[in-house]
Design a protein around this ligand. Structure first.
Ligand SMILES: Cc1cc2nc3c(=O)[nH]c(=O)nc-3n(C[C@H](O)[C@H](O)[C@H](O)COP(=O)(O)OP(=O)(O)OC[C@H]3O[C@@H](n4cnc5c(N)ncnc54)[C@H](O)[C@@H]3O)c2cc1C
Length: 473
């Protein structure tokens, strides 16, 4: 029989969002229990051991200007940041031709640059008309939510090279194929993170800095402070609510509480059973939400040897595996780490990850190292270690950065964060600014904690009680 606990609020999910919510409630003097399905905290942020005292980030890793919520939390937790390494030349390699460049803009032909600029200008103009808290109210919302982002790029670009660059930029930052994601969703994302440059750039953009010691420290520090209030290995299977409170049933403990915060992607919340049933829009949203996934591949060297050759480790390519490469070495450069992302979004614009690459680790490793050798020379073929983090086969996390196909955002509108009785929704997917980022996870956790705290003080359900249905679970 499961242990029984009582709390004012039970938080489900010990990622950044759930732990931020629990921390704020705890600080406000409310009793709280956090239930986490897996055997660790951090969710989509995880530190991987590389060498004694050296880690690299298997999941979310970068923070940047404008991400004020996570930057403030880092400060509060006593964590420092350091800049992504950019000193030296970047590589742009397409159709076998290698070009070197400095700064943020690859050396593109004037026609290609003009094409990129006109797409960027139009997308950013369109994005300005999208209200961040209600994208479905944009004047063109219906139309933009009826087509994919990729379809719009196809119809409005003039050069293949620009299509490739958009594919690379957005699949790396979203883990999502452009032809699977709604144009309206991408416009909301562009608006919510401060423009396309901010989205794709390192310097001045969302990839500018990393956390010393890795981003999982954010969750580890919050969990340490919450101590035994965090219960691991305890997937929640059912949430039952009525006029008197909520009962959350999980593998190791059942918690009776006044309010509950579900802090995970809507697609992950879909594994939980709810009694009474969720409102139709929320239930459908959970079914139709989709998360793009990608793997991170790391080659580890005794030192960042490419820096001696004047390279900063960054490359944009049309090679088989290493399409975007970045120097992911620790701040002191005590070992050298090159990172690439391998998407599951496998088609279009000349980029295609074959089943062999996706499913055969030996082939994947060999091709990745061969690509790095093409870029940085023979030393790259002999790393002292090789690591991967695969997000496609995670049992409790269905992806990296969430997206929605056409038709979802205009049909289900604010069902992502509208409370259902005593249930409040957190997770980065419910943020209006920097949605999909760690910053969004922090702000969403804080917002859900405020909502739950308000509902506690009123001692009433946070939204009109949902009628009890006759459905059997
Ligand atoms: C490869 C990759 C690269 C990324 N890069 C960046 C980046 O550079 N910068 C950036 O800002 N963001 C990045 N992100 C996104 C960022 O990591 C996420 O936005 C953020 O960590 C999400 O936090 P969250 O708390 O909202 O959700 P999650 O981290 O998904 O937390 C949800 C938690 O709920 C748990 N859970 C699920 N089901 C149950 C259940 N039934 N019962 C109990 N617990 C359950 C899960 O195990 C998980 O721990 C990246 C993500 C990935 C995967």
């Amino acid at each position: 029989m499961s242990e029984q606990l009582n709390a004012d609020v039970v938080v489900i999910g010990a990622g950044v969002s759930g732990l931020t919510a629990a921390r704020r409630l705890d600080q406000a003097g409310h009793s709280v229990v956090v239930l986490e399905a897996s055997d660790r905290v951090g969710g989509r942020t995880v530190n991987l051991d590389v060498a004694p005292g050296v880690i690299t980030e298997g999941g979310g890793q970068w923070v940047g200007p404008g991400q004020d919520h996570v930057l403030a939390l880092l400060d509060e937790l006593g964590l420092d940041t350091f800049k992504t390494f950019v000193d030296g030349k970047s590589i742009y390699l397409r159709k076998g031709k290698k070009k070197l460049y400095e700064g943020t803009v690859p050396p593109l032909a004037p026609m290609v640059l003009a094409d990129y600029a006109q797409l960027q200008l139009r997308l950013e103009r369109m994005a300005k008309t999208v209200p961040l808290d209600a994208p479905w109210k944009a004047p063109e919302a219906r139309h933009w939510d009826s087509i994919t982002f990729g379809r719009w790029i196809d119809a409005n670009s003039f050069t293949k090279e620009v299509r490739l660059l958009f594919k690379l930029g957005f699949t790396v930052t979203d883990g999502e194929d452009l032809h699977s994601t709604s144009l309206l969703v991408q416009l909301a994302r562009i608006a919510g993170c401060g423009g396309i440059d901010h989205l794709v750039n390192v310097t001045g953009g969302a990839q500018e800095s990393r956390v010393v010691g890795g981003t999982q420290l954010i969750s580890l520090r919050m969990a340490d402070a919450l101590s035994e209030k965090v219960v691991l290995d305890s997937p929640v299977s059912r949430i039952t609510q009525d006029d008197t409170g909520v009962l959350v049933s999980s593998a190791r403990v059942d918690v009776r509480a006044d309010q509950v915060i579900v802090a995970m992607a809507p697609s992950d919340a879909n594994r939980i059973r709810f009694a009474p049933d969720l409102p139709t829009r929320r239930a459908m949203l959970q079914r139709r939400w989709c998360n793009g996934t990608e793997s991170k591949l790391f080659a580890v060297y005794d030192r960042p040897f490419w820096r001696d050759k004047g390279f900063n480790g960054q490359a944009i390519t049309d090679l088989r595996v290493a399409n975007y490469v970045v120097d992911n070495s620790p701040p002191d450069g005590s070992v050298g780490i090159l990172l690439t992302f391998l998407g599951t979004a496998g088609s279009g614009y000349g980029l295609h990850w074959s089943d062999e690459i996706l499913d055969n680790p030996d082939v994947r490793r060999a091709m990745f190292l061969a690509d790095l050798e093409t870029l940085f020379g023979p030393e790259a073929a002999h790393p002292r270690a090789y690591l991967e983090k695969d997000w496609t086969h995670e049992p409790w996390i269905s992806g990296c950065v969430s997206s929605r196909p056409p038709g979802v955002i205009t049909q289900y509108t604010d069902a992502d964060r509208r409370p259902v009785g005593r249930i409040h929704w957190a997770g980065t997917e419910t943020a209006t600014v920097n949605q999909g980022y760690i910053d969004g996870a922090v702000s969403a956790g804080q917002r859900a904690a405020e909502d739950a705290g308000r509902a506690l003080s009123q001692n009433t359900p946070a939204s009109p009680a949902i009628p009890v249905t006759t459905a059997q679970h």
